[in-house]
Design a protein around this ligand. Structure first.
Ligand code: NAP
Length: 515
């Protein structure tokens, strides 16, 4: 009998054995740095002349791997393979598909420290964040496999005498999965396996900054028994093959996670029906956030300050769920700002390969430049109380940065910065705080720190975000416990790791037989 789903525990790095295992993971990863990686199309390895180096964001000279780049011709070849494989994969029993996920989860669990260490090197993730990223990927496999087993017989419908009605879920077809670098394992793996376990075939285009971890994951799927051609690995630039795949008449759905800019572009392009296309494409788009922590005047202020700092600066604020603005009741404003300043100044950040650092570099030069530009804007829009500096000589390091006295309509309080920058603003009442909190284009996560039960209920009704937390930070959703996804410009309202996520990759088919 299958054991009930339970999320993967996080590694306790106070235990000597775990610290040693992480170091060994880093050594193992270092032993294969700089290798060349091919595309994987129909199980075949295709090395191309055009390669892109994936580098370590904390040490730009260090090459993680040189990754073959797909051309449009190769993307077309992969599409043809995925179309052909769909004709067989869609008939493979859901139990088989689920078993591949269970096996892949087991393999990753055995190689957890290696995968985490690879995220430290390729994405600049500190130990605890890398460990959580890999755990989340395992959770997606364990959870979606179980969900598929629940959905495999469809949903009950009524039948009249002499009639036998059924309602089953059937897969959609070829899906294009486009993943981001910030959860280079969890989101890449989660979106891929959700599409696969439901019987679709996939063209996976990972983010150009983190393609090696995706390659390693495809190898794991192969080892777990995924037949060739079900998932095809085609890294390449968004502009070179991204539009091509999204526009392709054979693409049945696109599962995208990334920025609002690219997400809205995909949504718009996918709406166009191209010659030869006989369906309306489905788009699952998980996009950005401008996530707020509201601090009430009746609140645990230490908890408030700790939650703001942890949610703002963990993994250098490079989470769609990161706290990038806090709206604080005027009665407690000064106290909270002072404490946020103190905690920020003692927040450990730097080389992510050092165990105690909770934040490392930002992902690349473009991110660094963008964040430093926002810091300059912030100096005009608010009062700098911590950080404000950066250093991109060796890697792309930005100090955890706090601006106080920011107008909630200021740019740094409205636009997604995607770095370690938080804007603190004052509200004259709880109602005003919720109004300010809602006043962005996004609606991904939020948190309220309060001891007032009425205010909890008010926020539950009126704070318009997909993931709302009370008396804790606004990051760290767990698969199967806190289904994740946002409102408004944060996406298409889907909930990754939730009970209705897999259905987005299928369509309901009704059959009715006269007896
Ligand atoms: P991004 O720049 O939008 O890139 C995401 C993916 O889209 C990458 O694989 C990228 O490829 C690809 N892409 C770029 N241009 C494309 C095009 N024209 N057509 C198709 N694909 C294209 O985002 P990112 O910087 O990787 O990730 C950070 C963003 O993701 C933030 O805004 C964050 O809030 C959001 N995010 C949201 C969630 C959520 O669940 N809501 C979760 C994680 C991250 P290249 O790398 O080759 O450019």
């Amino acid at each position: 009998m299958m054991i009930p789903y339970k999320h993967e525990p996080f590694t306790d790095f106070t235990i000597e054995g775990n610290r040693k295992a992480y170091q060994e993971g880093l050594e193992l990863v270092d032993s294969y740095l700089g290798q060349d990686y091919p595309l994987i199309i129909g199980g075949k390895r295709v090395m191309t002349d055009k390669k892109l180096a994936s580098t370590n964001p904390s040490n730009k000279e260090e090459v993680i791997g040189n990754v073959s780049q797909s051309s449009r011709d190769l993307a077309e070849e992969a599409m043809n393979v995925a179309k052909k494989t769909f004709t067989t994969w869609r008939k493979v029993k859901p139990e088989f598909r689920a078993d591949v996920l269970f096996k892949a989860a087991a393999i990753i669990r055995r190689r957890k420290f290696e995968f985490s260490a690879l995220l430290t090197r390729e994405a600049g993730k500190p130990w605890n964040e890398a460990d959580a990223d890999v755990a989340e990927g395992i959770d997606f496999m364990e959870y979606y496999a179980r969900q598929m087993l629940k959905l495999k017989d469809g949903m009950p419908v009524e039948s009249r005498p002499g009639e036998y009605n059924r309602f089953d879920y059937v897969p959609l077809g070829v899906g294009v999965v486009i993943s981001p670098w910030n959860f280079a394992f969890a989101i890449m793996a989660g979106t891929t396996v959700a599409a696969l376990v439901t019987g679709n075939t996939v063209l996976l285009k990972p983010a150009s900054t983190t393609p090696v971890v995706a390659y390693k994951f495809i190898e794991v799927l192969e080892e777990a028994g995924m037949p060739s051609g079900v998932v095809n690995y085609i890294p390449g630039s968004g502009s070179e093959i991204g539009d091509y795949l999204v526009d392709h008449p054979s693409t049945r759905f696109v599962s995208f996670t990334g920025s609002r800019e690219v997400g809205t572009r995909i949504f718009e392009r996918a709406a166009k029906v191209h010659e030869g296309q006989i369906w309306l494409k489905r788009v699952i788009a998980e996009m950005g956030g401008k996530d707020t922590i509201v601090v009430d005047n009746e609140a645990d202020l230490e908890l408030a300050a700790q939650s703001i700092v942890k949610s703002a600066f963990g993994f250098s604020g490079q989470k769609c769920s990161a706290c990038s603005r806090a709206i604080i009741h005027e009665d407690v404003y000064d106290e909270v700002v002072n404490r946020v300043e103190e905690i920020t100044k003692s927040f450990s950040w730097g080389d992510p390969a050092e165990r105690d650092n909770l934040a490392g570099p930002v992902i690349d030069q473009a991110a660094y430049d963008k964040i430093m530009n926002y810091i300059e804007i912030g100096k005009r829009e608010g009062r700098l109380v911590a950080g404000g500096t950066g250093d991109d000589t060796k890697g792309y390091f930005v100090a955890p940065t706090v601006f106080a006295d920011v107008d909630p309509n200021a740019r740094i309080s409205q636009e997604e910065i995607f770095g370690p920058v938080v804007a603190l603003s004052k509200a004259s009442s709880f109602d005003e705080a919720i109004r300010f909190a809602n006043d962005t284009d996004y609606g991904l996560t939020g948190a309220v720190i309060t001891k007032n039960r009425h205010h909890i209920e008010k926020a539950r009704e009126d704070f318009h975000v997909g993931n709302l937390y009370f008396n804790r930070g606004c990051t760290g959703a767990i698969v199967g416990y806190q289904p994740f996804g946002g409102f408004n410009m944060s996406g298409t309202d889907s909930k990754a790791g939730g009970p209705d996520y897999l259905q987005l990759h299928m369509q309901g088919k009704t059959t009715s037989e006269m007896l």
